[in-house]
Design a protein around this ligand. Structure first.
Ligand code: M6R
Length: 608
């Protein structure tokens, strides 16, 4: 979703801004732009399209200057075109402003400004911020920024330039994250860490309602009242430096192949090889807490929600605690019954997803215990929750989540084991599951070695318009995740269903033109899954089955078999999704889709 970069220092701003935009691209965007101050004028270029195509047309002479701001826009208010792209002008070019987030009272503010004679060029809420700032500015940028905070509702992170203020960027933060990077005689503003790495060595994370006035040699932070405040300065984590594709054609493929090592790291951090000792002292929950909880609610979105469904399943099965998964955006709406005996777990790769952040609020208000299963500890959600279970997936760049998903499942299964142990489940019940977790890295490696099987199946289904994915028990969620991967990156309409539901409606869709994928690995539900496979065959449907290597029944029934090693049925969903990731990847590749940045999607959804 949208990204912000700003630079002020001794170098030309344009190359820094273009590089920043490149590094922000992974978030997903449909237009980009820059503004550079020179000789009392803000020179702006902005266009729809990808930075690779736009940057060659941004003339370095016209855009010469050492202070500027840049932006990647993911359209919310108005189509992706030049006039709606950022920076948005205010006060007939006196102001250039870039914005992440949403102004919720935009219509009222627009009407008010129009009544005062302001003519809007764009459909954006961002132009309202730019015009409001321009009208409020009378030589004091902090006072004008305070007007934005006072008048606008919603979440917004903005970077602003004013033509009267050479070498100056104003950064204002409410709701959406915003950082100030500190370098040597140069400073930067950015919505996440990536564009800062390599230029800045320290970072200030602006707090809620902060206003920062940034020049090449000074950073002064004010709170909402205008008072100057001190904010902590942290060293930049250079681990995020130089994230490349390591020779893979796509980040998604690279990230799929990172799964074995990521899972090893996660399992090794939490359980011993014998599967007897679980280490969870860092979560702020002790055994009494696990015994006291009457219910666990898991909230997340997209792939995170699928992980929540799996988490609820294993928590209930192993730890015998009532647990449910709720889509984050629906959680507040149902007015959940909450109190100190409820644990609410937010599952999010980025830790920034607005829906998930908002879902946590009622839990915090009611004094419920909270936990984040996160890939970014230092994130908005990371700071809200009582404890963080780090999923150890490492930076995930491809929009379609792969390694974060398998890490989420594994982290939740480890947590369920911990809860089960604290609640007195026997070692005989838990140890086989814990030991099976250690088999995951090798099992996922083996599933990845069978990539060519997925490629073959993909050649067959590449022209399909619709697909069905079916699974049961713990693998019902694998069906949902497989369908999501397929629709996200190949744009084939794919439905995921718990297979028991098939006879209640979806079976009407079965035909030769609608391929079905069925997950039928060993476990209490395998026989019934094979029953579903037969039902598809009987209706002349094409069928791809995920099965173990020795499964003769599956081979006899299926058009294609995607094989995985046999694992404990509660652990198997972690490996069973791997061939479905591969199937989606290969299908998208054959269809010529933009695999890492699928159309309309953003990596991090920072608006509700
Ligand atoms: O960062 P989060 O895990 O909170 O993101 C939630 C969803 O937006 C995300 O999982 C989305 O569904 C992915 N594109 C799935 O591949």
């Amino acid at each position: 979703m949208c990204g912000i970069i700003g630079y002020t220092g001794g170098s030309e701003a344009l190359p820094v801004l273009i590089q920043g935009i490149r590094l922000l691209s992974y978030r997903g965007y449909d237009s980009a732009g820059v503004s550079v101050w020179r000789d009392g004028t803000l020179h702006v270029r902005r266009d729809p399209g990808r930075i690779e195509d736009l940057a060659p047309n941004w003339d370095p002479d016209t855009l010469a200057g050492t202070t500027g701001i840049g932006h990647t826009r993911w359209a919310t208010h108005g189509v992706p075109n030049r006039v709606n792209a950022h920076p948005q002008p205010g006060g007939e070019g006196a102001v250039a402003l870039v914005h992440n987030g949403i102004v919720e009272n935009d219509l009222a503010l627009r009407a008010e400004l129009e009544a005062e004679g302001v003519e809007f060029a764009s459909d954006t809420d961002t132009e309202i911020l730019a015009q409001l700032f321009a009208r409020a500015y009378d030589g004091d940028p902090v006072a004008a920024a305070r007007t934005l905070l006072a008048r606008c509702r919603g979440q917004f992170a903005v970077a602003i330039q004013h033509h009267d203020l050479p070498d100056t960027i104003l950064a204002v933060r409410r709701g959406s994250p915003l950082l100030v990077g500190l370098g040597v005689r140069e400073n930067l503003v950015a919505s996440d860490l990536r564009p800062l790495v390599g230029r800045a060595d320290r970072v200030i994370e602006l707090a809620e309602n902060d206003i920062a006035v940034v020049t090449p040699t000074t950073v002064v932070v004010h709170d909402e009242s205008g008072a100057v405040v001190e904010r902590a300065i942290a060293p930049i984590d250079h681990a995020v430096r130089d994230i490349g594709k390591d020779g893979y054609p796509h980040f998604m493929l690279k990230e799929m192949h990172e799964q074995p090592s990521r899972l090893y790291e996660l399992v090794a951090a939490r359980v011993d090889p014998e599967g007897t000792t679980l280490r969870f002292d860092d979560l702020g929950l002790d055994d009494d807490d696990w015994r006291r909880f009457q219910r666990i609610d898991l909230v997340g979105a997209g792939t995170g929600f699928h992980a929540c469904q799996y988490g609820a399943y294993v928590l209930e099965t192993l730890a015998r605690i009532p647990a449910r998964a709720v889509m984050a955006h629906e959680y507040g709406a149902r007015d959940p019954v909450l109190g100190p005996d409820v644990l609410v777990i937010a599952v999010s790769q980025s830790g920034e997803t607005m829906d998930t952040k908002v879902a946590l609020q009622p839990a915090l208000d009611a004094g419920a215990a909270t936990l984040g299963v996160l890939n970014v500890r230092q994130s908005v959600i990371g700071r809200m929750v009582g404890g963080v279970l780090d999923m150890h997936a490492g930076p995930e760049i491809a929009v379609a989540s792969t390694k974060a998903y398998t890490s989420m499942l594994t982290a939740l299964l480890l947590l369920a084991l911990k809860a089960a142990q604290a609640r007195g489940r026997t070692q005989e019940t838990l140890q086989p599951v814990a030991q099976a977790l250690w088999e995951l890295p090798a099992a996922v490696t083996r599933a990845l070695e069978r990539f060519e099987d997925a490629a073959q199946a993909a050649r067959d289904i590449r022209r399909a318009d619709h697909m069905l994915f079916l699974g049961r028990g713990a693998d019902a969620v694998t069906a949902l995740e497989g369908a999501l991967k397929m629709k996200e990156i190949s744009y084939i309409h794919a439905e995921g269903y718990p297979a028991g539901e098939m006879k209640h409606g979806p079976i009407a869709l079965i035909s030769r033109e609608v391929p079905t994928v069925a997950i039928a690995t060993p476990g209490p539900w395998r026989e019934r899954m094979l029953g579903n496979v037969r039902e598809v065959k009987a209706r002349d449907g094409e069928i791809i089955v995920v099965a173990t290597e020795d499964d003769a029944d599956a081979r006899a029934l299926a058009d294609f078999v995607l094989t995985v090693p046999a694992l404990h049925p509660l652990v198997a969903p972690v490996v069973n999704v791997v061939p479905l990731q591969a199937l989606a990847y290969e299908t998208a590749r054959l269809r010529g889709c933009d695999i890492d940045q699928p159309r309309n999607l953003a990596k991090t959804v920072t608006v509700q």
